[in-house]
Design a protein around this ligand. Structure first.
Ligand SMILES: *Cc1c(COP(=O)(O)O)cnc(C)c1O
Length: 431
């Protein structure tokens, strides 16, 4: 129908209706719940094959553009954008594991991921074994069981800045024909692309560096597209067996991309953590400047870490960019163009010094976030890691005087001046 001759209430909702033909330079924000079908057959075809766009929970052009952008930067075959980093971790794991299955994870992971393994996946019948010494391939190998469906680790971990030897752990995963899933949030694809070193799946909290400006949440799963039914099919019956109504298997329809296709068709839209197209746009725009920001943030972080490590109020700095860090050589081998910008500093004055530090900062912002263009500080011992026992905290490198810093893109002189002033106050308070 044409809206021109319709009455007021009809014109209000139909008069602006367009079918997009303008060639926008920027990715248009398709802020729409769904898409009009061309005709009867188009609708049937969309439901039959999943091709094209029908409803934003199952696909959206703005979201798709960002998926292609991030897949290209991670050297992946395809990517899937979801509503948060936590949703990315859940979706990746439920793509490879189900009830009765088992996962082996690094101990040195985001507390939210650890809670997911221990509290949520456990209730779905998915058990997790944690590996502490992630540099030792035998430790990983020893934890693998016949029902293990994935290895999980972070490329750069918080709080100790442990660096994953991706090639070594990937090789262990390959021996059992299971994927290594790497959370690459802290490193970003600017510093390292785990799929180039043998990992099968990368996940990110796009809320951090990818979006970059601390304004939106998002998450992404990137797959290497190298799923081989002949090699790994026995570990993934849901990908190689015919569908519930006898349809061809996911692997038959999508080949090497079976995992990400299953995540896109069956996991993400069913569990429902769909990204907003507006958030997708902001993530895509953030990704355009990712390299510039991470390069600058890493340079600033290196300077801050070196400066702090010389300061009399500072007991230790756990930054992989410092030659004194136990994983410095591994970091130097994997990370190109910098050592990242998230690390911890432990103050000699313990808890009182840490309290005074977070309450005195001026340029730094006291909040729970990382990867922002602004420099941020948090006291993990009383926040993110407060539910851990004292012994667990110490083993993870979270001491009473430990602060987590996320270094931004500010002028380095202003960052050092802020820290210098703050540490002067800390010295007076603690003395
Ligand atoms: C923040 C974070 C997550 C969770 O991401 P959200 O976007 O906050 O849901 C997962 N992994 C790491 C390493 C993170 O830093």
């Amino acid at each position: 129908m044409t809206a021109d001759h319709a009455r007021f209430a009809t014109r209000a909702v139909h008069a602006a209706r367009t079918r997009d033909s303008a060639a926008a330079r920027a990715t248009p924000i398709y802020l729409t719940a769904g898409f009009e079908f061309d005709d009867f057959d188009h609708a049937a075809d969309h439901f039959g094959t999943g091709a094209g766009f029908g409803y934003t929970r199952t696909g959206n052009p703005t979201v798709r553009a960002v998926e292609r952008q991030i897949a290209a930067l991670e050297s992946g075959a395809d990517a899937l954008l979801v509503a948060s980093g936590q949703a990315a971790v859940v979706t990746a794991l439920l793509t490879v594991a189900g009830a009765g299955d088992h996962i082996v994870s690094s101990t040195h992971i985001y507390e939210g991921s650890r809670g997911l393994f221990l509290d949520n996946l456990s209730r779905l019948g998915i058990e997790t074994t944690f590996v502490d010494d992630i540099a030792d391939p035998d430790a990983w190998r020893a934890a693998i069981r016949p029902n293990t469906r994935a290895l999980f680790a972070e490329s750069i971990a918080n709080a100790r800045n442990d660096i994953l030897d991706i090639a070594v752990v990937s090789a262990v995963a390959d021996e059992s024909a299971i994927p290594l899933i790497v959370d690459n949030t802290l490193a970003t694809p600017f510093l390292v692309r785990p799929l180039e070193h043998g990992a099968a799946i990368v996940v990110h909290s796009a809320s951090k560096f990818l979006a970059g400006h601390g304004s939106v949440l998002g998450g992404v799963i990137v797959d290497d597209g190298r799923f081989d039914p002949a090699v790994a099919g026995h570990n993934a019956p849901h990908l190689v067996l015919p569908g519930r109504n006898g349809e061809p298997s996911v692997a038959a329809r999508h080949g090497g991309n079976a995992r990400i296709a299953y995540a896109r068709e069956s996991v993400a839209p069913r569990f429902g953590a769909s990204p907003s197209p507006l958030n997708a746009f902001l993530i895509g725009q953030g990704v355009e400047t990712l390299g510039l920001r991470v390069e600058r943030q890493s340079r600033n972080a290196q300077a801050v870490a070196e400066w702090l490590s010389e300061h009399p109020e500072v007991e230790r700095v756990d930054y992989a960019g410092l030659p004194t860090h136990p994983d410095h050589a591994t970091a130097a081998r994997y990370l190109q163009g910098g050592f990242g910008s998230i690390f911890t500093v432990t103050l000699r004055g313990g808890l009182p010094a840490a309290r005074d530090f977070v309450e005195s900062v001026g340029v730094f912002i006291h909040m729970t976030h990382i990867g922002d263009v602004r420099s941020l500080v948090l006291h993990p011992g009383t926040t993110s890691h407060s539910h851990r026992t004292e012994d667990e905290r110490l083993a993870l490198g979270v001491h009473p005087g430990t602060l987590r810093l996320s270094i931004g893109i500010e002028d380095i002189d202003d960052l050092i001046a802020d820290l210098s002033r703050v540490l002067e106050t800390v010295r007076e308070v603690v003395a």
